[in-house]
Design a binder for this molecule. Structure first.
Ligand code: 5RP
Length: 240
């Protein structure tokens, strides 16, 4: 995840994220349980929510990563978990790509597993993006993140290859495998453009491989997508 910095505030794309986040938090009402995503847009959502909570609105959050939990703690946002609250009112998160049918690629920040768990437990999903995240088809600028059991990584690379995907192990700056908050590895998987228009089929094909835990293809959620643009905020899908 990219940390907040003063310099980022000068970035026009971050200005788009901030505007979209400010609009997205309008969905949050007193007494709600809210899923908190991971990444820059999701942090902008927490920043936009914090003053309302400080002013007395009661909101409980369920964070999708340790970094998000830390940011929520810094802002004084109270947290809960899925044992206490197995159903959430809404999750607000970011995305790496959004196609015209509002299918998503997520997992650029390696938090895809908890992000999918929390989204699936929520009554609705709201996605906050800058305008560059809208693509004509998934896979335009991102591969598909896939979380795998470390014991199975090598076999998953080979077996994903057998279903047509080119899987690269995600490495950190030191060349070591990225390890998720769940202790797993991440593969970034590319498929031919023609197959990327069938995210459900790709998701199911990869999930059928033992050792694959979850893919970053979010095709079943019908999210509301809040897009920051140079000329204002656009809302796609179910209204806020
Ligand atoms: C993390 C995610 C993020 O939502 C995604 O990578 C977008 O991040 P950002 O808002 O920083 O561009 O899926 O796993």
């Amino acid at each position: 995840m990219v940390a907040h910095s003063g310099a980022m505030d000068l970035d026009p794309l971050h200005a788009q994220r901030l505007a979209a986040a400010a609009r997205a938090v309008e969905v949050v009402r007193d007494g709600m349980v809210v899923g908190y995503g991971t990444g820059r847009a999701a942090m902008a959502v927490l920043d936009a929510l914090a003053p309302r909570v400080k002013a007395g609105m009661r909101v409980l959050g369920i964070p999708t990563s340790l970094s998000t939990a830390a940011h929520a703690a810094r802002l004084g946002l109270p947290l809960t978990d899925l044992d206490a609250h197995p159903t959430l009112d809404v999750t607000i998160d970011g995305a790496d790509e959004v196609d015209p049918a509002r299918n998503l690629i997520k997992g650029g920040g390696a938090a895809l597993f908890r992000e999918k768990v929390v989204a699936a437990a929520s009554a609705r999903l709201v996605i906050v993006i800058d305008a560059t995240k809208r693509v004509p088809r998934l896979g335009t600028s991102w591969a598909i993140p896939v979380e795998v059991l470390p014991f199975a990584t090598g076999a998953c690379v080979r077996l994903i290859g057998e279903v047509g995907g080119a899987a690269a192990r995600r490495l950190d700056a030191a060349g070591a495998p990225v390890v998720t908050d769940n202790g797993n590895h991440v593969l970034d998987v590319a498929f031919d453009a023609g197959r990327m228009v069938h995210p459900r089929a790709l998701d199911e094909a990869m999930r059928a491989i033992p050792g694959v835990i979850v893919t970053g293809l979010f095709w079943s959620f019908d999210p509301t997508v809040v897009v920051g643009t140079d000329s204002g905020v656009e809302v796609l899908g179910p209204p806020l």
